[in-house]
Design a protein around this ligand. Structure first.
Ligand code: 5AD
Ligand code: FES
Length: 346
């Protein structure tokens, strides 16, 4: 089958054989690439029009008990300047964000056990109390099913936990031995069973990643059926074991965004900050490849420069309001529109 036929098959069947997927991930003419993007765009616009959903990202702690080889806030990075936000500071971010039109708040942090289950529940319920029309998303890593249940009962709506790679061998090359892909997957299935809208995902071009790994990721996600899929390029961080590794490319990230949009027509798919970091118009290009979400930073300016998972991160010197209006202009420049909405899965 040629690429045109493969794209057609992916569209009608939502899945391909391994070798077929690998064709779509391999060498491709610029004509075929444009066909892939326009097919993804068409599907995206059929379900979501030209709307772009906003998620206000609050990076509330950069302490982490884990030591993932790729991540700038891994516990072994003694150069990281650690911080934690207080409840008051966090609620200040959500209040400002609400004024700016955000209707989803993402609490993201390292795996920081300083925040007990009760603390997390208190944060979630306080935000929901102040802004009942907003969704709260947690992105705080692996915890027990009981903890996930408590946060859900406190009002959390969604949970982001990228699986990073579905292949145990690749997983072990990215993480210390205490972490396992089996547990990661179990967390994702638990979260889904509890009732969360769940986000999985990977870094594009992470060290040692092969096309077969990416196909395994697509197959895993087809089984999981997540509501959200986070895809961004891997970018090295200077104080990690992967400091000399190559970053993922714009091209590979856009290609995967488009494939994912075609496979999962309804999925909430962000054009990530990492994509904006490797290309000045990366997020716009991501939207044009099928993404429908952007996640501007709502963290206080004083800590933004400290939540550095990778080098060169954009938006570290801007206020929330600046990011918000910048994003609006960026989306308008490509004919899309930032909307004031929770942006739930349809
Ligand atoms: N480059 C790109 N993305 C990274 N993440 C962590 N470190 C990096 C890096 N160096 C991603 C991981 C994690 C998410 C919060 O950020 O995929 O799940
Ligand atoms: Fe943050 Fe442009 S989105 S400054």
């Amino acid at each position: 089958m040629n690429n045109r036929e493969l794209i057609e098959k992916l569209k009608t069947e939502g899945i391909l054989e391994r070798e077929e997927f690998k064709c779509l991930l391999g060498e491709m003419t610029s004509e075929d690439k444009e066909l892939l993007y326009s097919c993804a765009r068409e599907i995206r616009e059929k379900h979501y029009g030209k709307d772009v959903y906003l998620r206000g990202l609050i990076e509330f702690t950069n302490y982490c008990r884990n030591d993932c080889f790729y991540c700038g806030i891994r516990k072994s990075n003694l150069a990281a300047d650690r911080y934690r936000l207080t409840k008051e500071e966090i609620l200040d971010c959500t209040d400002k964000g609400y004024e700016l039109g955000f209707r989803t708040f993402v609490l993201q942090g390292g795996e920081d056990m300083f925040y007990s289950d009760e603390d997390v529940c208190d944060l979630v319920s306080s935000i929901k109390m102040q802004h009942p029309d907003c969704a709260v998303t947690l992105s705080i890593g692996e915890r027990s099913r009981e903890s996930y249940q408590k946060y859900y009962d406190a009002g959390a709506d969604r949970y982001l936990l990228r699986h990073e790679t579905a292949d145990p061998v690749h997983y072990a090359r990215l993480h210390p031995s205490e972490l396992s892909v089996e547990n990661r997957k179990k967390c994702l299935y638990d979260l889904k069973e509890i009732g969360y809208q769940v986000g999985a995902g990977i870094m594009i071009g992470s060290p040692y990643q092969t096309d077969d790994n990416v196909v395994d990721d697509l197959i895993f996600m087809k089984e999981l059926e997540p509501h959200m899929i986070g895809l961004g390029p891997f970018i090295p961080h200077k104080d990690t074991p992967f400091k000399d590794e190559k970053a993922g490319t714009l091209e590979d990230t856009l290609r995967l965004l488009a494939i994912v949009r075609i496979m999962f027509p309804h999925v909430l798919l962000p054009a990530t900050t990492a994509l904006g970091t490797i290309d000045p118009r990366g997020r716009e290009k991501g939207i044009l490849a099928g993404a429908n979400v952007v996640m501007p930073n709502l963290s206080p300016k004083s800590v933004r420069g400290k939540y550095l998972l990778y080098d060169g991160k954009i938006c570290t010197g801007d206020e929330a309001a600046e990011c918000r209006s910048c994003m609006e202009r960026r989306m308008e420049s490509i004919g899309y529109k930032v909307v004031v909405s929770r942006g739930d899965y349809r």
